[in-house]
Design a protein around this ligand. Sequence first.
Ligand code: DC
Length: 233
Amino acid sequence: MNPKRNIIIAVDGYSSTGKSTLAKHIAREIGYVYVDTGAMYRAVTYFAMIKGFIDEKHFDKESLIANLSEVNLSFKFNKGLGYAEIFLNGENAESFIRTMKVSNRVSQVAAVPEVRQKLVEQQQKMALKNGIVMDGRDIGTVVFPEAELKLFMTASTEERARRRFKEMRDNGVEIDYQSVLENVMLRDHLDTTRSDSPLVKAADAIEIDNSQLNVDETFALAMGYVKEKLLKT
Ligand code: DC
């Protein structure tokens, strides 16, 4: 496929709907850059944990805000993996940001307007040169309201918890299904009710409910929309 110009593809939606997998596949298929914005919020959460600003009992929001200038995030493409990994202050943070500890705290950090402002600015700069597929919660509503194609991913809560549970087990994490389900429900609640940039479907987004679809079927469905958009662009 040879699009006349680069477009922005926003992939938003609930956690564990396969947003990253889908966004990564689309980017690879059409030669675009893939950006995982959830990884950015997770990396800031990891920073806050290392600095002792957040743990299971307290969150010192003011100290995090005061030290935000110390957070330097970058992505480096990993040829072997076929996508970019996130670096926090020069160190690969991928293996630290997917833990349950980070998952349990990230919504609190993502609700801080100063954190969002810093990350949104960086995200907007990333699309200046490249065709981009960006996944997150607010890409089609806040980061790129003008994105040419917006996909909004949903699936039932139980199905999403099952997927996350399997993924964690496959990665060797000892966890029970009930804890994962509770984390998914809590994050849905926090993500949809926060006052700054809550998770909401943009009016012009195409909703994809993949409760009954596997990875390949979801990809085929989404690529239909992508091709249609690229042909018109
Ligand atoms: O996609 P993920 O599960 O890795 O995202 C982690 C958290 O970050 C999620 O609970 C919501 C938040 N997030 C956000 O608020 N805005 C984004 N653009 C991406 C993620």
